[in-house]
Design a protein around this ligand. Structure first.
Ligand SMILES: Cc1cc2nc3c(=O)[nH]c(=O)nc-3n(C[C@H](O)[C@H](O)[C@H](O)COP(=O)(O)OP(=O)(O)OC[C@H]3O[C@@H](n4cnc5c(N)ncnc54)[C@H](O)[C@@H]3O)c2cc1C
Length: 555
């Protein structure tokens, strides 16, 4: 390379949660990366509060799970969702949900086949992103270029040349990477540079829950004490024809996030309008200081036409854009990062074959469609709210409206019970998965653990206590793991030799436990670095070399 050009295996454009997760996973595999992000620090504005079980499993794998969990709502606070005509009006319904302390207790008391070691976490993205950035800054494998914009890139057969400029002026830099990941959000510069478009639905036509919305970050020191403390929870919906508003608690009792409909005329949100909408939702005057606005669109379900070209991949919002219902957007992006990271690591370390990069799109694009569809369906449910005109009236009609709306709200628990979306993403039909058996039916609400190759490895407590180190996931290696679940005498020499010949990192882990054997359905199970089942059998594969070549994209 010419003078002044910096070499790096992977360049990442975008330092949102997905770009940072990708950099952290690459670091975990021992791969260096540079991450460019336009803003000098993470944006101080709350967004989603749902870090689902799969995302928490990823944080666990990186060794940061407990620190992320500590960013939760106050630990003993139930995370109920409740519905009102206003906070001083009628309660219309309540979905009780556990506090973080309850969840930790239920993990400690869970059975060996508990679906996950990591229950969903309610912590705002704003806090978790700040932690991820601080953590990334401590990792020598990650070059953090926050306050830098990627302005151009060129791809050739050998790699990608990226130009980046400091956003406050100064000299640009040129970087030469083997691969480039565009994790640069909904308006992705990387996706647009590749002339790739989104397809799907750009909005949802609904008077109740569609079109442009505003997320307002505000401080209200008396709101919790005077209006929420006697009905502790996380998410308070105001269903009222004078203005729908949802108030979300953050990790202290002073600051909140409110979602409300943006003005129909397309005008920018103003502090005055936002304050009015919050006071209307509370039903009483109170001191409010607006800290910021964040516009978003309800009902969006968009997926990029391609997730990867020769050496450039898209992940997160750059590849798929969600309506926030269900809290799937960032979580799906975190799973993209998990899928992409080990493939990039295998390629730069030389044990991945040419088919591995292409398998990223083959595996993740259908999940983009699956999860955006799930979110939109939930959004439609919300949008189909019955007529609420009389809901605030102290009349028989008002009473009937409230009963009707309460009955409708009682059908909407799925938004908060989507374990099938969280854990059930499968890569059936992928060229790097050796199919064996019928996969469970796809289901957004339920998750059926299955050892059939193509799905996330079923969870099992391999140790007696329910703590870090005891989960089967904690026993997996950083590369492939060969789970030996059958007879002690069963041989693993051929597959170990084949892996060594191809320099594929392989750890053999034996667990002689009838329940674990039943869960996985075979004596041997080969688990990929992203904790997905790649192959299973009752004897060593007849041609271990050929199998490994296939699973690593070389055949
Ligand atoms: C109101 C709301 C609630 C939500 N709730 C949830 C939830 O509960 N759970 C959930 O999973 N998801 C939720 N989401 C979605 C979630 O916020 C996004 O999916 C997530 O932020 C996407 O992460 P990302 O890293 O892909 O992109 P982003 O967070 O958009 O980050 C992209 C980054 O790239 C940077 N960038 C862009 N172009 C360049 C360039 N040329 N050079 C350098 N940097 C660049 C940007 O500055 C930005 O920092 C919600 C979204 C909204 C709006």
């Amino acid at each position: 390379m010419t003078d002044g050009v910096k070499n790096i295996p992977v360049a990442i454009v975008g330092g949102g949660p997905v770009g940072m997760m990708l950099a952290l996973f690459l670091d975990y595999y021992g791969v260096r990366s540079v991450i460019f992000n336009r803003e000098p620090e993470v944006r101080r504005h709350p967004k989603g509060s749902t870090h689902n079980s799969r995302t928490m499993e990823h944080h666990r794998r990186l060794g940061i799970g407990p620190r992320v969990r500590d960013l939760c709502l106050p630990i003993d606070r139930p995370t109920d969702v409740s519905y009102y005509t206003s906070l001083t009006g009628w309660e219309l319904g309540r979905i009780p949900m556990p506090s973080e302390a309850d969840k930790r207790r239920s993990v400690a008391n869970s059975t060996a086949t508990a679906l996950t070691p990591e229950p969903l976490l309610r912590a705002n993205q704003m806090y978790v992103e700040a932690f991820l950035l601080a953590h990334a800054r401590t990792r020598p494998n990650i070059t953090v270029r926050f306050g830098w914009s990627a302005t151009a890139f060129q791809e050739d057969d050998q790699g990608v040349t990226v130009t980046a400029e400091p956003t406050d002026g100064g000299a640009p830099e040129t970087w030469r990477a083997q691969y480039l990941a565009g994790c640069d959000g909904g308006r992705s510069f990387v996706r647009r540079s590749l002339a790739l478009r989104y397809s799907g639905f750009a909005s949802l036509d609904s008077p109740y829950y569609g079109g442009r919305q505003n997320a307002t970050y505000f401080r209200a020191p008396t709101l919790y004490r005077d209006h929420l403390a006697h009905r502790p929870g996380w998410n308070y919906w105001i269903v009222n024809p004078k203005g729908r508003c949802t108030i979300l608690c953050l990790n202290n009792d002073e600051e909140f996030l409110a979602f409300s409909k943006a003005p129909d005329d397309g005008a920018e949100p103003t502090d005055q309008n936002a304050t009015r909408s919050i006071i209307r939702a509370v039903g009483a005057d109170l001191p409010i200081k607006i800290l910021g606005h964040w516009p978003w669109t309800a009902g969006v379900a968009l997926v990029a036409d391609r997730f990867a070209t020769g050496r450039v991949a898209l992940a997160g919002d750059a590849a798929h854009l969600f309506t926030p219902t269900g809290g799937f957007g960032m979580n799906t992006g975190m799973d993209d990062a998990s899928n992409l990271a080990w493939k990039l690591a295998a390629l730069v370390q030389g044990w991945g074959g040419p088919g591995l990069f292409a398998s990223y799109e083959i595996e993740r694009k259908p999940i983009g469609h699956r999860n955006t569809t799930a979110a939109r369906e939930l959004s439609k449910q919300l949008a189909s709210m019955p007529d609420i005109t009389a809901i605030d009236e102290a009349t028989p009609t008002g009473e009937a409206t409230r009963r009707h709306v309460s009955a409708h709200l009682a059908t909407m628990t799925e938004e908060y019970a989507s374990i099938g979306v969280q854990l059930g993403a499968r890569y059936d039909g992928s060229p790097i998965v050796a199919e064996d058996g019928a996969p469970p039916a796809d289901d957004y609400v339920n998750y059926t653990p299955s050892g059939v190759p193509g799905g996330r490895s079923p969870h099992y407590w391999a140790g007696a206590e329910r703590k870090i180190g005891d989960s089967l996931f904690d026993r997996f290696g950083k590369g492939f793991t060969l789970l030996k679940l059958g007879r002690k005498a069963a041989r693993t020499d051929e597959i170990e030799a084949a892996a060594a010949k191809r320099s594929i990192p392989l750890k053999v882990f034996s667990l002689y436990d009838a329940d674990a054997r039943e869960l996985y359905g075979r004596d041997f199970v080969l688990i990929r670095p992203d904790q997905y089942v790649a192959w299973r059998g009752n004897v060593q594969p007849a041609d271990a070399d050929r199998l490994l070549a296939r699973l690593t994209g070389s055949a």
